[in-house]
Design a protein around this ligand. Structure first.
Ligand code: ITT
Length: 201
């Protein structure tokens, strides 16, 4: 894979993701700059998959900044809802004005899971697609998942997004109750990062 540096644009406007990506990149000595710091716009996510959307975000940021750019597209897929909200995870939290409220998104999620009945189960997984785009047109993508179950009511104050309702397989606390280091040991984002770092060689 091509080298990244001296500076990498993190093509996200999500503060929770940016924090996690910085933590995951910290041991690799890569200097990062967030999309908001560079005043980069938030592209419309028109893709039909996590990888499609990660690629369009990374491509736009690399083209506009002239620097290598890393984008993350991620979400929570619920078996009982046939994979929803999936790529619509952020959109489920938005009102008509575009303001996000994940309390509301989690309530909708639970309401729909209950409507699906107990036999539909409570299994869910997070997916994270990471795409690295270079200004010369090169692009490379990676995808990680973590499986678990939904719990109700939401628990914990750490993390972001849907973390308070997700318990990874083998754990007895939600992603919002565990320390960031524990989440980084197993999360969908950490799995995708492992692949990216291995490809960097
Ligand atoms: P950018 O596109 O600017 O990166 P976004 O929030 O719009 O930010 P996505 O379209 O990828 O990003 O939406 C993913 C949503 O899925 C995100 O808003 C979270 O609510 C949720 N999500 C992703 N990873 C998560 C995690 O580790 N823990 C909890 N929720 C997560």
């Amino acid at each position: 894979m091509k080298a990244i540096g001296p500076k990498l644009v993190i093509a996200t406007h999500n503060a929770g993701k940016l924090r996690e990506i910085r933590e995951l990149l910290a041991p690799h000595g890569i200097k990062c700059v967030g999309a908001a710091e560079l005043d980069l716009p938030e592209p419309e996510e028109t893709g039909n998959s996590f990888v499609d959307n990660a690629e369009l975000k990374a491509r736009e940021a690399a083209d506009l900044s002239g620097l290598p750019a890393l984008a993350d597209d991620s979400g929570l897929s619920v078996d009982a809802l046939h994979g929803l909200p999936g790529i619509f995870s952020a959109r489920w939290a938005e009102d008509e004005a575009g303001n996000r409220d994940f309390g509301r998104a989690m309530e909708r999620l639970w309401r729909e899971v209950e409507a699906a009945g107990e036999e539909a189960g409570r299994d869910a997984h997070f997916t994270c697609a990471l795409s690295l785009a270079w200004p010369d047109g090169a692009i490379q993508s990676f995808e990680g998942k973590v499986h678990g179950t939904l719990i109700w009511p939401p628990r914990g104050e750490k993390g972001f997004g849907y973390d308070p309702v997700f318990m990874a397989a083998g754990m007895d606390r939600t992603f919002a109750e565990i320390d960031p280091a524990k989440k980084h040991a197993i999360s969908h984002r950490a799995v995708a990062f492992g692949q990216l770092v291995a490809a960097l060689g």
